[in-house]
Ligand binder design. Structure first.
Ligand code: ATP
Ligand code: BTN
Length: 244
């Protein structure tokens, strides 16, 4: 069996490491790396992972309720990380549906949930978190969008070990609560941290663009959008939310 905490200096992707070991991992097992050669985001996009200056962490989790319950996972994990950072002294950390953390309208962290497990069975999930701590010398063009790091949001910076431990604790506690109460138990909290609540946004759905005012999420974790056609819920992985 794999240990519950694995520390690796250089790896392709902590998510891949955990996916390769599903079945041997205790629930809540964590892998942390210093550098990822092939850090990834959603839909095969790259996650920049320079050495030593950020946090790259993946956790294994099993949901007995199956894959349908996994839909809201990136939302509640994002909330858990935002709350943890705030507890450690960071200012105004926000969440962006469905899988990002923002500071001052810039991307601070991303969450990537990957799974193996068929419908009906328990869902075996790897929850990856990439959090910029002191990343520097990376221009916006290389990242592809405005980005931030915790050093901008937090003075003094928390100790890196304590930060990792607090995130592991906070996420574990949130996942246990999610198993009990489901997404509905997090809707109000989401509003408090939502970077786009009440703001004009556009959704990119394939080559379609939908515009409206963001109205938080519903009990299924769908993004609620006020459009010319009325209030519409959007759920699913192929949607990108942008400031309009
Ligand atoms: P969405 O999830 O809404 O589609 P997104 O453009 O942020 O939005 P993701 O797949 O979530 O897409 O994240 C990957 C993107 O994050 C990359 O394409 C890049 O723009 C950005 N990115 C990559 N590395 C970092 C990093 N270390 N810090 C901040 N942003 C990064
Ligand atoms: C996103 O914004 O699309 C999610 C980015 C997730 C990055 C983290 S870093 C640790 C884990 N390993 C990976 O390869 N990706 C996630």
């Amino acid at each position: 069996d794999c240990p519950s905490l694995t520390l690796i200096p250089v790896i392709d992707s902590t998510n891949q490491y955990m996916l390769d070991r599903i079945g041997q991992l205790p629930k809540g097992a964590v892998c942390v790396a210093e550098y990822q050669q092939a850090g990834r985001g959603r839909r095969g996009r790259q996650w920049l992972s320079p050495f030593g200056s950020n946090l790259y962490l993946s956790m294994y989790w099993r949901l007995d309720a199956g894959v349908a319950a996994a839909m809201g996972l990136s939302l509640v994990v994002g909330l858990a990380v935002a709350k943890t950072l705030q507890k450690l002294g960071a200012a105004e950390i926000k969440v962006k549906w469905p899988n990002d953390l923002y500071f001052q309208d810039k991307k601070l962290a991303g969450i990537l949930v990957e799974m193996s497990g068929k419908a009906g069975d328990a869902a075996h999930l790897v929850i990856g978190m990439g959090l910029n701590l002191t990343m520097a010398n990376t221009d916006t063009d290389t990242v592809g969008q405005p980005w931030s790091n915790l050093a901008e949001a937090c003075e003094p910076m928390p100790d890196r070990n304590q930060l990792a431990a607090a995130i592991i604790d906070g996420v574990t506690e949130t996942l246990r609560r999610y198993e009990e109460v489901g997404m509905a138990g997090f809707v109000d909290e989401w509003d408090q941290y939502d970077n786009f609540l009440g703001r004009p946004v556009k959704l990119l759905i394939g080559d379609k663009v939908v515009r409206g005012i963001a109205r938080g999420i519903n009990a299924q974790g769908a993004l609620m959008l006020d459009t010319e056609q009325g209030k519409i819920p959007y759920l699913g992985g192929e949607i990108s939310l942008r400031k309009d």
